[in-house]
Design a protein around this ligand. Structure first.
Ligand code: CDT
Length: 319
């Protein structure tokens, strides 16, 4: 019997700095209810779906940004989302900023996502590994991207979970550009990767007229990364943006659902709150996993050591 799950990508339009959690959570619930009416059993929300993309702002004292972090998941403010999920029998992926106090009382800040199943129970958590941007204020840039300032790199790796009838994986935004992200989940048999993103339309390193990476290339690279990751690991991918002009800064849309053949089967057409839907047959992953990407038959890990042993590239000497 085919293992089909109807999945929704719940793209969000902009969230302004002044918007309250209550209003934002209600927007998520509205999208979840819409997804339910469209027959979805799982809905994917963006990265940092409960707040504006605050790493664009500089604060000398990072604790000034703690108002954007969740100390518990669920919390009093996010509990209605979990209650609605349980009531409707719909699972969800939610990106949020996580403030975590360890046993010694030290605070840790992560860019995280949880996967919640159709009973409203948290199945797993992921903490973003590939943090883009920089740690200190950079006066040479027209826009700051301070994720390295406000978050620690994720410490949970790239786990996958058996849930909702398939093998589920998560990553967040910039992770999608790294083939390692996908392959580590591919090596665990992942069948559906969920990811949220907040991607500025313009590249802050792209020069005054954006000539080094104009917006159309930014969107191309967004889709190229997701489509390649899905195809090369024979997995579904559901990639969901926070989009539109947020606190004066433009984020791209382009949320999409990609099949294990690497084709886009659903795509958002606005930069607002918008639901995209696809019937994802998880058994379609079997073809790629048993042929061209039959890892057991074709991988040659003895030649891949350099990937885990070094970070930077080392071209041969010019002598
Ligand atoms: N949120 C996030 O990871 N955004 C990055 C853009 C960073 S530009 C310094 C992305 O990969 O889309």
């Amino acid at each position: 019997m085919a293992r089909k799950i109807t999945v929704g990508g719940a793209q969000l339009g902009p969230i302004q700095r002044a918007d309250s959690r209550k209003i934002i959570v209600q927007r998520l619930i509205d999208l979840m209810e819409k997804a339910h009416r469209r027959g979805c059993k799982l809905v994917v929300f963006p990265e940092l779906a409960l707040t504006t993309f605050f790493p664009r702002w500089y604060a000398e004292d990072i604790s000034e940004m703690d108002i954007y972090f969740e100390r518990a998941m669920p919390s009093a403010e996010t509990q209605p989302l979990f209650d609605t999920a349980q009531e409707l029998g719909i699972g969800f992926y939610l990106g949020y900023a996580e403030l975590f106090e360890d046993n010694s009382g030290t605070l840790h800040r992560f860019n995280s996502a949880v996967l919640v199943d159709q009973t409203g129970t948290i199945v797993g958590k992921y903490r973003k590994v590939h943090l883009p941007g920089h740690k200190e204020y950079d006066a040479s840039l027209t826009r700051q991207h301070l994720e390295k300032r406000y978050f620690e790199p994720g410490d949970l790796g790239f786990p996958v979970w058996r849930s909702m009838g398939g093998v589920m994986g998560m990553c967040i935004c910039n992770d999608r550009r790294w083939s390692e992200t996908w392959r580590v989940m591919g090596m665990q048999g992942v069948e559906l990767v969920m990811l949220g993103y907040n991607t500025p339309t313009g590249n802050q390193h792209s020069g005054p007229r954006g000539s080094l990476e104009p917006p159309h290339q930014r969107m191309f690279h967004n889709h190229l990364s997701i489509q390649a990751g899905a195809y090369q690991n024979a997995t579904w991918a559901v990639a969901v943006a926070k989009a539109g002009v947020e606190d004066g800064h433009e984020l791209m849309g382009g949320s999409c659902i990609v099949s294990p053949q690497g084709e886009i089967v659903a795509q958002a057409s606005t930069v607002e709150d918008e639901l995209i839907v696809a019937d994802c047959d998880l058994d379609l992953c079997n073809f790629g996993k048993s042929t061209i990407f039959n890892f057991a038959a074709h991988r040659r890990p003895e030649h891949y050591k350099i990937i885990t042993e070094q970070t930077g590239a080392t071209p041969p000497s010019e002598d």
